[in-house]
Design a protein around this ligand. Structure first.
Ligand code: C2E
Ligand code: MG
Ligand code: MG
Length: 493
């Protein structure tokens, strides 16, 4: 009982808990502990063998063990900087080389004692498999190399130098036990992490299904602001009000909703809710001219009746379709572009607008871009974040603006957090902005108040009643802290 409980505390999922920690964060914690444990085991093993070789005055062996110890220390240093994958490679690659060397020179099977150092390889393969979850090719190659090495070394009855340097049988007998214990422990840790990841995903999926049935979602609205400071529209961003964990961000459930197909039901709800909101705005002069952007996922748009669903939502709410803008991403341009263009053209005929979200991060052929009935390009926040410090990002932002001008499309920059970013973007011709500089995504009531406040300020400014506020950035500048979440800096993806 004690061992599984201890492992669950160290590597498993925390149950309950009011504070939401996304599956990515929890996986990262487990990987962090796996890397630290692995590096610790390498250092301990290398220390033991280093002393052993030193006592026998076998200095080459001592050098190898010192090198392995250094690799373990480098792994720990990298893991402390959240470079878990690099840390993993810093240990896995030298270990693989050492295993081959040891197995061929000092651990050659004899009639009395079989070879054993290579017994670590299946465990290393399993650890690599867990570690490289977000990198399918590297994951496949690493695991395959470990497993193939195991099969080769297990079946190879001989070694190099005619066995001159082989260790005595009694020493190899003892090491056989220690390698097997280390191998089984590492294998169990890797399996435990896999099981915890799967259990967590299943629980999240079950919660998500219940959430869709029980309607635990709500929309927040983030203003889109013109260069004169007026709010000209908003982006609707879905939030999951989890009964136990509180507000769950979309990045933690949209990918799962897409994988499970729940995104179709959820996307329908978002569309209906957005259209209902547009209808409510139409009733008030301050908000009547606002446009509302809605994110659409690839799975959703691939539904054969997607066009009918959108038009039904617009008609049922009785809103002007030209107030609705659908945000697509470049990843949708990879498969069946003709079908996508057909659906977009049909919706465009009814007045619905289209924006290309996260532009510049994916793949989009310029010829497709010309054929897509788009209204707007959105400069991704990854470029906006470093637009002042990174010449490449500034050049990309400039290119998107020129492209928009050439293709006669609106260009909006998202993720604008500082006045300096906004001023630079304006100087290169971008006239629409969205970001924490103006406001974080907020509930409907707060959004309404924000629109009224900013319209009043814009009017006062136009009449010269108030000095020009910095970029009209009034909403929540103190919330704007450029920075990355923990998972963004970790190299687990
Ligand atoms: P997105 O469509 O690119 O939305 C912009 C994201 O950037 C939002 O994150 C927003 O809160 C965040 N953001 C806006 N301004 C700033 C800023 O100045 N700084 C920083 N650091 N972030 C800023 P959020 O709400 O977490 O949404 C993440 C993604 O989830 C969205 O990216 C979108 O792809 C997806 N999503 C959200 N709602 C829906 C939805 O209803 N349907 C679908 N299919 N996807 C959605
Ligand atoms: Mg968007
Ligand atoms: Mg975006």
């Amino acid at each position: 009982m004690l061992a599984p409980t201890l492992l669950t505390r160290l590597f498993g999922q925390s149950t309950g808990g009011m504070v939401w920690r996304g599956p990515g964060i929890k996986h990262q914690r487990r990987i962090e502990r796996l890397v630290f444990t692995g590096c610790g085991m390498v250092i301990a093993g290398a220390g033991y063998w280093g002393v052993f070789f030193a006592l026998r005055r076998q200095w080459l062996g001592v050098c190898v063990e010192v090198a392995l110890t250094l690799c373990g220390l480098v792994g720990i240093a990298l893991a402390r900087r959240q470079r878990y994958i690099t840390a993993g490679y810093a240990v896995l690659v030298p270990l693989l080389v050492a295993i081959w060397g040891v197995c061929l020179v000092i651990d050659i099977p004899t009639p009395g004692v079989p070879r054993s150092f290579h017994h670590l390889l299946p465990a290393l393969g399993a650890c690599g498999y867990v570690l490289l979850r977000g990198r399918p090719v590297q994951r496949w190659v690493t695991t395959a190399v470990m497993f193939v090495s195991y099969v080769l070394l297990d079946g190879l009855p001989m070694g190099l130098f005619g066995g001159t340097y082989n260790l005595p049988d009694d020493v190899r007998q003892l090491s056989n036990w220690s390698y097997n214990v280390a191998s089984m422990l590492s294998l169990y840790l890797a399996l435990h992490i896999m099981q915890a990841d799967v259990a967590e995903r299943n629980k999240l999926e079950q919660d998500l299904r219940e959430a869709v049935i029980q309607g635990q979602f709500l929309l927040h609205y983030q203003p889109q602001v013109a260069d004169d400071g007026r709010v000209i529209g908003a982006e609707a961003l879905v939030r999951w009000q989890h009964p136990r964990h509180g507000m769950v961000p979309p990045s933690d459930f949209i990918p799962l909703a897409e994988q499970t197909g729940l995104i179709v039901t959820l996307g329908d709800w978002v569309l209906k809710q957005a259209c209902a909101q547009l209808a409510a705005w139409a009733a008030t002069p301050e908000t009547a001219s606002l446009k509302l952007s809605v994110n659409v996922s690839a799975h959703q748009i691939r539904q054969p009746d997607f066009v009918a669903r959108v038009l039904a939502a617009v008609e049922r709410a009785g809103v002007d379709p030209s107030r609705l803008k659908l945000e697509l991403t470049e990843s949708m341009l990879v498969n069946d572009v003709e079908d996508l263009i057909g659906k977009m053209t049909e919706l465009r005929r009814h007045g619905v607008g289209f924006s290309l979200d996260d532009f510049g991060t994916g793949y989009s052929s310029l010829s497709y871009l010309r054929r897509l009935p788009l209204d707007q390009l959105k400069i991704d926040q990854a470029f906006v974040r470093d637009v002042l410090g990174n010449a490449n990002d500034a050049a990309i932002a400039g290119t998107v603006v020129s492209l928009g001008q050439t293709l006669n499309l609106e260009v909006i920059a998202e993720g604008v957090e500082t006045q300096a970013q906004r001023d630079f973007l304006l100087s290169i011709g971008c006239r629409l902005f969205q970001g924490y500089l103006y406001s974080k995504p907020v509930p409907e009531a707060a959004f309404g108040a924000l629109v009224v406040e900013r319209a009043r300020e814009a009017a006062a400014m136009a009449h010269g009643l108030v000095p020009r506020a910095a970029g009209m950035a009034v909403a929540t500048p103190r919330q704007a802290r450029p920075g990355k979440a923990a998972t963004e800096t970790a190299d687990l993806r």
